[in-house]
Ligand binder design. Structure first.
Ligand code: TRP
Length: 449
């Protein structure tokens, strides 16, 4: 292959990049919304269990496949295949993941565009441009187009620069900034009336709801989306990690960061809902269900910020800036999946591949924007409710059944000589073979019935 491959220059670079991919709108918007609509703390509890017991092992399978293959998802999966059929199967799984990443990006870019537009609103208000401020927060075709295009250009800009100077550098800058903003906002919300009631609802589970099948399905879907599984993204990120690194601990750290940030986001949003309620905003309908559902962050939070007077403008800006940053470190990972494939398999130069694929995905976003009422949901459902679980499950099948066991063990051992005495070594290989595929399939089948 003519192109030399990119790589992360340091462990922290990889952790920031992978955590950057994992932490996104799914954590700061999806998780709190799901928590609020699924009975608060019970959902949090189930989510934590599923994230560590199912999503983490599946995540390990993907990054190990990538590091073993040292290549894009298709090439990596084919490297561990012996027969022609296995190679074909590897192509289907790897390429399916790449398509899935592209589909996710096509709708994710639109949602991220909304976050940008809500960050622009307070700026416009500060400048006295009230009409513009109104325009950016009201749904319109033009507004959606403008901000989707802006956001996708940012994504393309970073990915054109490659792994070390693009993904790694920007993740290392943006992630700490985002975490800092999040913590400041939480501290602020905690000082307001009504926050303690929210903390109570967030942390005190109603155990009777824990086994509710719908809650289980939502929590698992959320965990898989959050760790960017089943989309080739973690395979390619894994392929950029040095063989000297201890994957077991790196993987655990990324999972821990991802879960903690979702947890923190809940600690911001759920109390913020109760603060808004204390200020007279109607949050729950008479039957206890959420009034705004998916638009929670666009309804509840802006009215909360409005109620704060002048400082509300700054806080609103900070919050939506945080959302935009989180979305950006995720969207770059989605674009990297298809780009790495085009670069490595078709020998296309990186910048050119990035621009072409980025624009093609943007074109799909534009089609979605133009038919937003039915297409947004459709594309999101196909890619996240069907594509991701199926492909993530097949990656586990690959790691458990097709990958030669001694090679798999050797890969785990690279950079981690002491692993043989660990629990991971004893449990994970059979866990990924039996438990993960069966559990994912069970939940998946339930979710479509
Ligand atoms: N995990 C991100 C979030 O929680 C979204 C994301 C980034 C993603 N890359 C992905 C989802 C790849 C699926 C596939 O918002």
């Amino acid at each position: 292959m003519a192109v030399s491959r990119g790589a992360f220059s340091s462990r922290i670079g990889f952790i920031m990049a992978a955590a950057g991919s994992a932490v996104g709108l799914g954590n700061i918007w999806g998780f709190p919304t799901q928590t609020a609509s699924n009975g608060g703390a019970a959902f949090v509890l189930v989510y934590l269990i599923l994230a560590f017991c199912l999503a983490y092992p599946a995540f390990m399978a993907e990054i190990l496949i990538g590091r073993y293959g040292q290549a894009n998802a298709v090439t990596s999966l084919q490297k561990m295949s012996r027969t022609l059929w296995q190679k074909r199967f590897g192509f289907v799984v790897g390429f399916g993941g790449i398509i899935c990443a592209a589909l996710i990006l096509s709708f994710y870019g639109i949602l991220a565009g909304w976050m940008m537009s809500f960050a622009v609103e307070p700026l416009a208000l500060m400048l006295g441009a009230n009409q513009a401020a109104d325009w950016v927060v009201n749904q319109s075709l033009e507004r959606n187009l403008l901000f989707t295009v802006l956001f996708m250009f940012l994504t393309i800009f970073i990915i054109r620069k490659g792994v070390e100077n693009g993904i790694e550098k920007w993740s290392k800058r943006l992630m700490p900034m985002m975490i800092g903003l999040l913590v400041l906002l939480i501290i602020y919300v905690f000082t307001l009336d009504g926050a303690s009631e929210g903390v109570e609802a967030y942390l005190n589970p109603d155990i009777s709801r824990v086994l509710d099948p719908n809650l289980l399905v939502s929590a698992l879907g959320q965990a898989f989306f959050s760790l960017s599984l089943g989309t080739s993204v973690m395979v390619i990120y894994g392929s950029y990690i040095s063989k000297k690194e201890n994957m077991v601990s790196i993987g655990a750290q990324v999972t821990l960061i991802d879960v903690s940030i979702a947890f923190l986001a809940g600690l911001l949003i759920i109390p913020a809902m109760y603060v808004a309620q204390a200020q007279g905003v109607a949050i729950f309908a008479a039957d206890g269900s959420l009034n705004s559902g998916p638009t929670l962050v666009f309804d509840v939070l802006p009215s909360l910020f409005d109620g704060m007077g002048g400082i509300g403008l700054f806080i609103g800006f900070a919050f939506f800036l945080l959302m935009t940053i989180a979305a950006l470190t995720s969207s770059i990972s989605m674009l990297e999946g298809p780009v790495s494939y085009a670069v490595e398999r078709h020998d296309i130069e990186r910048k050119k591949a990035t621009t072409m694929i980025g624009l093609a995905i943007l074109a799909l976003s534009v089609v979605i924007v133009a038919n937003i009422d039915f297409m947004l949901d459709l594309v999101a459902t196909i890619s996240t409710q069907y594509g991701q679980p199926i492909i993530a499950m097949l990656c586990c099948v690959f790691a458990g059944w097709i990958w030669y066991r001694n090679e798999l063990l050797a890969e785990i051992k690279q950079g981690n000589e002491a692993v043989e005495s660990s629990l991971f070594w004893k449990i994970w290989p059979w866990y990924i073979k039996f438990v993960c595929p069966v559990a994912i399939a069970t939940v998946f089948i339930h979710s479509i019935l």
